[in-house]
Each structure stands twice: as C-alpha cells, then as structure tokens.
Design a protein around this ligand. Structure first.
Ligand code: HEM
Ligand SMILES: *[C@@H]1O[C@H](CO)[C@@H](O)[C@H](O)[C@H]1NC(C)=O
Ligand SMILES: *[C@@H]1O[C@H](CO)[C@@H](O)[C@H](O)[C@H]1NC(C)=O
Length: 338
C-alpha cells in the first residue's frame, strides 16, 4: 500500500520531467546544469571516468594533460571545444599556436571518450562538456577536490589561432597574467588557485631554461630560484640545449597527487616556472596582491581546494555556447558541416 502510494506520484513526476527535457531540447531551451545529461546520456560521468582511469594506468600524466586542455579551451573563444579542432582548409588549428604546439596533449584520450559516448548516446554530448567533465574527474582521481560540473555547453565551429597564441605564458609578467585572467572575470584568488593545477603534470626544460642561465638577458640565473633546486635543474636542462624538451615535474615532492605542496614549493623558492614563482616573488610590488594568497594556500589545503573548485566552475562558464548556438560535434577534431 505504502509502496503504490509512493511510486505513482514519482512516476508522474518522472514523466513530466522527461517531457520537459524533450520539449526543452527541441526548443533548445534546456538551461545548463549538472544534470543536463541525466536523461539523454545517463552514463556520461561513468564513461568519462572509465576512459581516464584506463588512460592513467598507461600514462600517469594523462589527468594533468586533460586538465590543461580545459584551461586552454576556455581561455580561447570560451569553453567551446575549439582547442580540439584540427587544421581544416583556411582554419588554422589552435593546436599549432606556440603555447600548444608540442605541448598540449591528451587529444587521443578525448577521442576515446568521444567515441565511447557516440556509441552510447550519439550526437548528444558536446566536446566542450567532455573537456569540462574530464578536468573535474582528472582532479578528483588525482586526490583533489570534486565539484558539480555544470553541463550543456555546445561546440564552436571555428578555431582561433591568434587567440591561442595569446594564452598565458610562463615568461609573462605577473601583472600581464593577472590582466589575462581578470579580462575573463577571474580575480586574484581564482588566478592563484587555478595555477595550483601545476600540482600535477610536467614542463619541458625549454620553458624555464632562461631561469637557469640567462634570465631576462642578464646571463645570470633567476635570483628567486632556490640554489639547490637550481643546481638540480641544471643537471637535466643544460645551457647548451635551450630548446630541450626534457620533462621535469611541476611539483617534484608529489608529482601526480593533487595537493597544496605546489604552494609550499613556491614559499621555499622552488616554483618551477617563472610564472609560478612570480605570484610570490615578482619584483617591484607586482606580487603584492597574490603573495598572501600563495602563503594562505601553502598553509591550508582546504582553502586551496575550495578556491580551486570555485575558480574551475567560473572558468568553465566562460563564454559557453548554449541553446541553438554552435553544434554537438560528432568528431571533436572536425566541425560537422563543411
Ligand atoms: C599563469 C597561467 C599559466 C601559465 C603561464 C601556465 C604555463 C604552463 C606551462 C609552460 C606548462 C608546461 C607545458 C609543457 O612543458 O609542455 C604548463 C603545464 C600545465 N598547466 Fe599550466 N599555466 C598556467 C595556468 C594553468 C591553469 C589555469 C591550469 C588549469 C586549471 C593549468 C594546468 C596545467 C597542467 C595540468 C600542466 C601539466 C600538463 C601536462 O603535464 O601535460 N595551467 N602550464
Ligand atoms: C610547431 O612545432 C614544430 C616542431 O617544433 C615546428 O616544426 C612547427 O613549425 C611549429 N608550428 C608552428 C605553426 O609554429
Ligand atoms: C641571453 O638572453 C638574451 C635575451 O633574452 C639573448 O639575446 C642572448 O642571446 C642570451 N644569451 C645566451 C648566451 O643564451
């Protein structure tokens, strides 16, 4: 008795919801939300998680590479999957822009996720959403915070090579970096927290070689770099090979664990990239607003995790295409038409 009373209204509610979703989809009105695919592709979370878990066994760096892809996607034309497009005709892929060329990776994992989702629910899940979900799951699998990923982005139909060329660079001054973030609505706390993504992943010697031998053309090493760490890095990254692609861990103490030791490194003058250390040590007062945040995150992993999750949600909201704008790409590397 209790069961039949309980289930009937539930079934009615469910039908109503399904109907709403169908109508909303047809009119392209469905608002973005964490439950966007609950009816149209209920396996989306499990599928993305499974593929990343498999990729991670083969390559411990995979979660880091996927997290970075979402960042590089959102900062160029908003989170629209534009970073995933290959060269096509006159359209120049963002993948070849200097900040990505020989450096952005994980595209094969995205292809595997997309293929699995096209199999389970064809034409439903956008490539932009795959990147947003993959970023969250990558952080969670690495021991970091979790958050509800808002879904319902649609894919852009063009790449922006010039935009990608302006992505934040490791040699940009902290003032310019803060500007690049604030232009997108990300404040100093977001800026410092998001760079905490460098708690996982690797960087190539060529991207910090100048710090070891010739910072700003001075023929001196970067004075803000700990001496022992400097000598350690010089062993792997010789002066004679400024273009070396040899990899170093961005967070040597715990290279694949998402934690706050990245900030502890900076406090000890052991930030790997000039942009990392600059948040604390940039000269002339340039780090006045960011330094206290670095110190706070070094002292509290909870603070870092909360701020990181908040900032990731903000970053994930940048200029998303919704409604009838854009499309749901069938193959993340090419637009559907043309
Ligand atoms: C000031 C802004 C930033 C600068 C200048 C910057 C720069 C870099 C550089 C130079 C690398 C090494 C790339 C290579 O050697 O191939 C790197 C790696 C990485 N970045 Fe950033 N980054 C910034 C912000 C971010 C943000 C906001 C995220 C994500 C939320 C992020 C996530 C990552 C990850 C996870 C890696 C490792 C990737 C891998 O191992 O494949 N970065 N970043
Ligand atoms: C990308 O890097 C490769 C290898 O270093 C280089 O040959 C190519 O010219 C670069 N592409 C662009 C567009 O700069
Ligand atoms: C040092 O850096 C400057 C400018 O950044 C560059 O012009 C010069 O060639 C470099 N010197 C050496 C020996 O690498």
């Amino acid at each position: 008795m209790a069961t039949s009373i309980g289930t009937a209204p539930l079934a009615v509610a469910l039908c109503a919801l399904l109907a709403l979703t169908a109508v909303g989809g047809a009119r392209a009105w469905t608002p973005m939300s964490p439950s966007y695919y609950d009816y149209s592709c209920p396996s989306v979370h499990d599928t993305v998680r499974r593929v990343i878990q498999e990729a991670r066994v083969a390559n411990p760096r995979a979660p880091a590479s996927l997290l970075r892809l979402h960042f590089h996607d959102c900062f160029v034309n908003g989170c629209d999957g534009s970073v995933l497009l290959d060269n096509a005709g006159a359209m120049q892929s963002e993948k070849n822009a200097p900040p990505n060329n020989g450096s952005a990776r994980g595209f094969d994992v995205v292809d595997t996720i997309k293929a699995a989702l096209e199999n389970a629910c064809p034409g439903v899940v956008s490539c932009a959403d795959i990147l947003a979900l993959a970023a969250e799951i990558s952080v969670e699998l690495s021991g970091g915070p979790s958050w509800n990923v808002v879904l319902g982005r649609r894919d852009g139909t063009t790449a922006n090579f010039d935009g990608a060329s302006e992505l934040p660079g490791p040699r940009d001054a902290v003032g310019l970096l803060r500007q690049k973030f604030s232009d997108l609505g990300l404040d100093d706390t977001d800026f410092v927290a998001l760079q905490g993504a460098h708690t996982i992943g690797r960087a190539q010697c060529r991207l910090f070689n100048d710090r070891l031998y010739n910072i700003s053309g001075t023929m001196q090493p970067d004075q803000t770099l700990d001496m022992a760490y400097l000598n350690e890095l010089r062993q792997c990254c010789p002066a004679s090979e400024p273009e070396s692609t040899t990899l170093r861990n961005l967070d040597p103490p715990t290279p694949d664990a998402f934690d706050n030791s990245f900030y502890a490194n900076i406090v000890r003058n052991r930030g790997l990239l000039q942009s990392d250390q600059g948040m604390l040590s940039a000269p002339g007062g340039a780090a006045a607003t960011t330094a206290p945040i670095v110190v706070r995150f070094a002292g509290s992993q909870d603070d870092f995790f909360q701020s990181f999750a908040t900032a990731m949600i903000k970053m994930g909201n940048i200029g998303s295409l919704t409604g009838s704008l854009g499309e749901i790409r069938r193959n993340c590397r090419v637009v559907n038409r043309g």
